[in-house]
Design a protein around this ligand. Structure first.
Ligand code: FAD
Length: 473
């Protein structure tokens, strides 16, 4: 009997749940990746780092599977049609895939499963991209958690070595079936996309890229807790894009962090738990896509301020830490976590713009865009979500900047116009006396924008704005 493994956001040939189950249970296992036109056609540009990342990862995965006697069949078209058609033409009896938790993906999978059923082909999906999914970690009252700290406690309590164990794919690799001769992989151009600055940024796709980053991070993991909040310091792992596309295994990462222990590794493991946390929130509450987790917060009236929003997107708010962060995301598709919190707070609490606009902008820009974490992060910052920061705790962009980029190293990297502004003024350059602005070659209002809002006034407006929510905390 034969089966087809459908790769999606799990672009690796090791420790892979669906591949393992297929190889173990079927004599002949084909592998497919589909450049889903339903997803690609909806992207706002034809130059997208993620498409290039996926493309590079697909080429690598094909080569790796070929070494083992298999290979990847690659198609371009609507997945809901391509999968059943391919299953029929290959004559397989089953299609296996790793589970996806996003509402659109669930709808797609349900449609594929139904079409396969009509063909007499089974569809099975497996937990792979998280340690715990759905209702595996619940409160004592058997309901889903909506607060992180008790969720994490329960997550750690539930964890056993079994949950961290790798799927031994190689043990059954003899069952891999090679694609038919003449199968080719479309180029990026054939998919209708152009290449980006991914290579220039040093972002290496695929398992090799993930491995390199993880090896490098393991040397620094002990210092993660003390360094992770400083964007100018190499303190974090930069593995998010690899977690997004499954070029690393979550089990391997969590296993290593768990085994190493100590404050650095434990703090990092906590971040992986946040990832599971938001996946289960999305699973239990798919409505968070579009509305506030706490519905009463949808009473908050946001400002219609396209000019302010454009200034935020383009990194010209006059607040250097915000502008440097926005230029980082625009240039690279990455933004440091501390900065994501600062700019999200700034958009919602200083500019009074709806968090959904910021969420959408991040979704278009981030290489690591994940609906669950992005929505969770935005709702947290806007104080509309589960476990949100209370609305009256409003980040001050200047003091955040002083704390987390004290010498302005990060700011100067992305805002060269501020290169000569003295450290003391780098966080609020408008306070530099005009004569010194001239000396520093940075006249505010000419070489760099004056602040588009006054933080103290904006803070008062935000407190009033949230006041409409009765009993708001
Ligand atoms: P590390 O610090 O090395 O953390 C390791 C991994 O843990 C990350 O790769 C990520 O998978 C996970 N993780 C860390 N923090 C979080 C978190 N708060 N929530 C969920 N998972 C987390 N992360 C995304 O992966 N995709 C997103 O679209 C996304 N959008 C965000 C939007 C906002 C407004 C905020 C505040 C945060 C967002 N995050 C998102 C979380 C976090 O900023 C990134 O995961 C992190 O910056 C990625 O860098 P890293 O891999 O070096 O992280």
């Amino acid at each position: 009997s034969s089966a087809l493994v459908w790769f999606r956001r799990d672009l690796r040939d090791f420790d892979h749940a669906a591949l393992f189950h297929a190889l173990k249970n079927y004599q002949k296992v084909f592998c497919v990746f589909i450049f889903d036109s339903t997803i690609l056609d909806a992207l706002p540009t034809r130059s997208d780092r993620r498409v290039e990342f996926i493309h590079g990862s697909v080429l690598e995965l094909d080569a790796a599977l070929r070494v083992k006697g298999g290979g990847l069949i690659v198609r371009h078209g609507p997945a809901t049609e391509v999968v059943p058609a391919l299953a029929a033409s290959l004559g397989v009896t089953a299609v296996l895939a790793n589970r996806d938790y996003e509402p659109q993906a669930l709808a797609r999978d349900a449609e594929v499963a139904e079409r396969l059923r009509l063909l007499g082909v089974s569809f099975a999906d497996f937990k792979d991209q998280v340690i715990f999914e759905k209702s595996e970690v619940l409160t004592q009252g058997n309901s889903p958690f909506s607060v992180f700290t008790p969720y994490k406690r329960a997550w750690l309590k539930t964890l056993t070595d079994f949950h961290l164990k790798a799927y031994p794919v190689d043990k059954y690799a003899v069952h891999l079936a090679a694609p038919a001769a003449g199968e080719t992989i479309p180029t990026l151009a054939e998919l209708g996309f152009t290449s980006t600055n991914l290579g220039e940024l040093g972002i290496v796709p695929g398992m090799a890229g993930g491995r390199k980053l993880f090896d490098d991070f393991l040397k620094r993991i002990a210092r993660y807790k003390v360094r992770r909040d400083f964007p100018a310091v190499k303190g974090v792992s930069y593995l998010s894009v690899h977690l997004r596309f499954g070029t690393v295994s979550i089990r391997e990462l969590a296993r290593a962090a768990h085994a190493i222990g100590g404050e650095g590794a434990e703090t990092w493991l906590s971040e992986l738990v946040w990832r599971d946390f938001y996946f289960q929130i999305l699973w239990h509450h798919p409505r968070v896509v579009g509305v506030s987790f706490r519905p009463e917060y949808d009473k908050v009236v946001w400002d219609d301020a396209p000019d302010l929003f454009a200034a935020w997107c383009e990194g010209r708010t006059g607040y250097p830490i915000v502008d440097a962060a926005m230029r980082q995301i625009n240039h690279s598709g990455f933004m440091h976590n501390r900065l994501r919190m600062i700019v999200a707070s700034f958009l919602t609490k200083d500019l009074g713009v709806d968090w959904r606009l910021g969420e959408r902008y991040f979704a278009d820009q981030l290489n690591d865009f994940d609906l669950s974490a992005n929505n969770g992060g935005w709702q947290w910052a806007a104080s509309t979500g589960c476990d949100a920061q209370p609305y009256f705790r409003i980040f001050n962009p200047v003091t955040q900047s002083e704390r987390f980029d004290p010498d302005g190293v990060f700011i100067r990297k992305y805002l060269p116009e501020l290169a000569k502004v003295p450290d003391k003024y780098i966080h609020a350059p408008w306070t530099l006396p005009p004569i010194d602005q001239k000396l520093a070659g940075c006249v505010i209002g000419t070489d760099y924008p004056a602040p588009i809002v006054d933080h103290a006034k904006a803070r008062e407006l935000t407190l009033a704005r949230f006041g409409v929510v009765k009993g708001a905390t």
